[in-house]
Design a protein around this ligand. Structure first.
Ligand code: NAP
Length: 485
């Protein structure tokens, strides 16, 4: 099984020991990044393994390879020499750092050598012939980069190697799937960091990897699902799908794939055998050209938020439509929607699904949007009224006033003070629905609540569409329906 290694980048030894204590039960080993330690702390590095009673990797990385060490090579050699008198399990040397005396010292002390390569071309195969453990590390900055990394990993993973082990690391948001899928990719170790230290936004700390992604349960045959978007690492969807896989005993994992270009993601999907995925901003429209079949809601809205593989074919659904309607129907019943008047604020991707859902339910809709031309285009497709986000829009909204649906990103985290229509005065018998789910209650909804309106936040829609996605992915009903987010 792939091992989970906590990377320790504290300035003080004491700080690193606190991190080890916090995550001890979730990790298999730790890496002391001695390059991050403050000068006076370096004199204790040989004592560190005994202080933590876990296997420890010693590394001293230069700035060029993502570290903080900027003194001379002679200084680095001396530090390694001191470190290797300690009880380390592994030492990590960069590919170009070839010091025979240190190598000998490590081997004589039973310390295994990890040899780090920072590109994936040329040298790797020869690295497999050494008794050292080769580690290939990259920081992809696009889907194309990550695809190249995965292609290289898949071609290397079955090759025989002298050490019998190899380590593959892709860092950052684009590389995050490789952290979770170390076992699937044949990596001996995967690296994680204390909450908030790496860029993968709260996904790559040891507890999240173990509890949400069930890192230790992932096998080579584990089915793979995910979400694509850009940005996507703020997503709550892994916390919705993964606990349900666990509860039902389904051998599957759901992971965010930071995706800038769809053709490259499609290749990734093929070679990684991704069985299905959710789609978010900005790919909901463009994904349609890759589908072999699609639901009526996808055709009507021109927007797709769920894709599943059926054999070699891709089928697309738009669960935003039903996901949006569910919370309304729960409060009103489908019949009472008919004949209501609604204002939809915004004319982007989400608004398309909302307008289609409302019009199909017999609601009379007006659309008001900052860019009036976009409101006009959407309104003409669905035969609605429209205006800009201005005085005329306000006048129209005062008429279409049973239901107000806020579909813009104004008020969304981190710009939580925003309000798309601050001049609008709510009346107590209105229903006000904001699609934003972070924060749970936007300023817009707060104002509506204070005026006595019935309010609905975007979290409910998110869950309702996720329940449907889960059924499409697994053929099973979501197990915690209504009781979990
Ligand atoms: P989108 O296609 O980019 O559309 C953004 C909309 O917001 C456009 O109408 C845009 O107006 C408007 N807008 C952006 N900045 C504005 C500003 N400063 N002032 C006034 N209007 C502004 O995005 P989307 O996919 O529709 O998503 C919109 C929101 O819905 C996001 O917050 C998203 O998280 C949320 N959403 C929630 C769910 C859920 O499950 N709860 C599902 C989908 C989406 P212009 O046309 O003038 O640019």
């Amino acid at each position: 099984m792939a091992l989970l290694c906590l990377e320790l980048t504290g300035k003080k030894i004491r700080e690193n020991i606190q991190q080890v204590e916090k995550y001890r039960s979730s990790v298999d080993l730790v890496e002391l990044r001695a390059d991050c330690l403050a000068g006076e702390e370096l004199f204790q590095i040989h004592k560190f393994p005994l202080m933590v009673s876990l296997p420890v990797i010693l590394s001293i990385r230069r700035e060029e390879t993502g570290g903080s060490f900027n003194a001379s090579e002679e200084e680095r050699r001396k530090l390694f020499e001191l470190g290797l008198t300690g009880n380390y399990a592994f030492v990590d040397f960069e590919a170009g750092f070839q010091v025979p005396s240190l190598k000998e010292k490590a081997l004589n002390s039973g310390i295994k050598i990890i040899r780090s390569f920072y590109n994936l071309s040329g040298v790797e195969r020869s690295a497999l012939l050494s008794s050292e453990i080769p580690k290939f590390e990259v920081r992809p900055s696009s889907t194309a980069d990550f695809l190249r990394f995965i292609e290289a990993v898949l071609s290397l993973k079955e090759e025989p190697s002298c050490s019998g082990r190899r380590i593959f690391v892709a860092r950052g948001d684009y590389g995050f799937p490789s952290v979770v899928l170390a076992e699937k990719l044949g990596s001996f170790i995967t690296y994680c960091s204390a909450e908030g230290r790496e860029s993968a936004h709260g996904h790559s700390d040891p507890e999240t990897l173990q509890e949400i992604y069930r890192f230790k349960n992932i096998k080579r045959e584990t089915s793979l699902f995910g979400i694509i978007g850009n940005p996507v690492m703020h997503t709550r969807s892994p916390r919705i799908h993964n606990p349900a896989f666990k509860h039902l005993g389904i051998d599957a994992v759901y992971i965010p794939f930071q995706t800038d270009t769809l053709p490259e993601f499609m290749k990734l999907m093929d070679i990684m055998d991704i069985r299905g995925f959710s789609v978010t901003i900005p790919h909901k429209e463009r994904i349609i050209e890759f589908l072999d079949s699609q639901s009526e809601a996808v055709s009507a809205t021109g927007s797709c938020n769920t894709v599943v593989r059926r054999g070699k074919k891709l089928h697309g659904e738009n669960y935003d439509v039903e996901g949006f309607l569910d919370p309304l129907k729960k409060r009103l019943g489908s019949e009472r929607l008919k004949g209501m008047k609604a204002t939809v604020i915004g004319a982007g991707g989400a608004a398309r699904s909302v307008v289609f859902a409302l019009v199909s339910s017999g609601v009379e809709v007006c659309i008001i949007n900052r860019t009036k031309e976009k409101a006009e285009k959407l309104a003409k497709e669905f035969r609605c009224k429209y205006e800009g986000l201005d005085e005329s829009g306000l006048d129209l909204a005062r008429i279409y006033n049973n239901l107000v649906v806020q579909t813009t990103s104004v008020g969304m985290y981190p710009n939580v003070d925003g309000d798309p229509l601050p001049e609008y005065e709510f009346k107590r018998d209105q229903i006000v629905y904001d699609l934003i789910y972070i924060p749970e209650e936007t300023n817009f909804l707060k104002r509506a609540k204070e005026a006595g309106c019935t309010v609905i936040g975007g979290g409910e829609m998110l869950l309702q569409q996720a329940y449907r996605q889960f059924s499409l992915f697994t053929g099973k009903q979501y197990p915690f329906n209504g009781s979990r987010d």
